[in-house]
Design a protein around this ligand. Structure first.
Ligand code: ZN
Length: 316
């Protein structure tokens, strides 16, 4: 097996999409009776590498039955069109609000270009490929994906994005959580467990809904969660309570800069960094401020952007 693949209980696998850096974005998949269900696709560039890896594992592209997207942010869904094109028997399962973006990605693409510019957007994600409407299944709260002898329950999971679902695999008692149950990088795991934090990236952060989503996940008492950033975590209760606490802390930070219109985003970013670094020290993570800042640089910027956006939208 290549070193890009990690294998877990009940035929669950993680492919390191190597998007942005190593251990940043995961493509998870389940191999049941040589049929494949994929959760999240990363970008077009990652999807190409992923297809090659499947073939190296002697998995045919015809055996892919399901491609499930936790939400349609492009580090999760950017490669979906390409994978659907290459896997002729696959169905795409996505939140009802995500369907139109997959069938007609123009609007999604326009919003990405508005942030990155066309050239950088293409560099990062490659051209988005539309998916045939007849192969897209909208899945919402309470629905079940039947995959071989497995049942995967779908839960609506707003808070990070309002087109977000989480997927509960009954067989392994684990969730595929996308960005709805935080981010935890392997580099920040020690004997005290994972270092987990909330992702509040633009533009649909909603603290109250986020809180409810985390509680909903905890209610199922999962053994494990598989996060897109990055992969398997244990200690679900402990991590869940930490995430609930952090939502409040993010909100407090945002309120603190509310009346200061100057450089709001940068101020939020600095406060987020201080908050998280203090937590890192509390759990005895052996990492310098500088390394910590480097590892979390993209997340801190996006989280600050998302909180600023939320704050401005709310106060309109
Ligand atoms: Zn996201």
């Amino acid at each position: 097996m290549t070193n890009l693949i990690s294998s877990f209980e009940q035929n669950i696998f993680c492919f390191d999409a190597n998007y942005f850096r190593k251990n940043f974005a995961a493509i998870h998949f389940v191999n049941q009776n040589n049929k494949i269900l994929i959760v999240d696709t990363a970008t077009n560039h990652s999807a190409k590498r992923f297809l090659k890896t499947l073939q190296n594992m002697s998995i045919s592209l015809e055996s892919v039955e399901w491609i499930v997207l936790t939400h349609v942010h492009l580090d999760h869904a950017g490669g979906a069109g390409l994978l659907m094109k290459m896997c002729p028997n696959a169905q795409l399962a996505v939140h009802p609000r995500g369907v139109r973006h997959m069938v007609n990605p123009e609007k999604l693409w326009a919003s990405v270009i508005s942030v990155y510019g066309e050239k950088e957007a293409e560099n990062q994600y490659g051209q988005l490929i539309p998916v045939d409407e007849n192969r897209v299944v909208a899945v919402g709260e309470g629905e079940v994906i039947r995959f071989q002898n497995r049942r995967l329950q779908i839960f609506d999971a707003p808070g990070h994005a309002n087109h977000h679902i989480v997927i509960f695999d009954e067989k392994s008692k684990s969730f595929f959580t996308g960005d709805a149950f935080g981010i935890a990088y392997p580099e920040l795991t020690n004997e005290n467990g994972e270092f987990i934090f909330i992702s509040s990236t633009p533009t649909q952060f909603e603290p109250v809904k986020f809180d409810a989503t985390i509680k909903k996940i905890l209610e199922q008492k999962p053994k494990t969660c598989f996060l897109t950033h990055f992969s398997k975590i244990m200690n679900i209760e402990k991590n869940g309570y930490e995430l609930l606490k952090q939502i409040d802390e993010y909100v407090t930070i945002t309120h603190q800069v509310r009346n200061n219109h100057d450089n709001q985003q940068e101020r939020i970013r600095v406060k987020l960094f201080e908050l998280l670094y203090k937590k890192a020290k509390k759990v005895n993570l052996n990492i310098s401020k500088r390394e910590f800042g480097n590892l979390l640089s993209l997340d801190l910027s996006l989280n600050a952007q998302g909180l600023e956006y939320w704050n401005n939208r709310k106060s309109k």
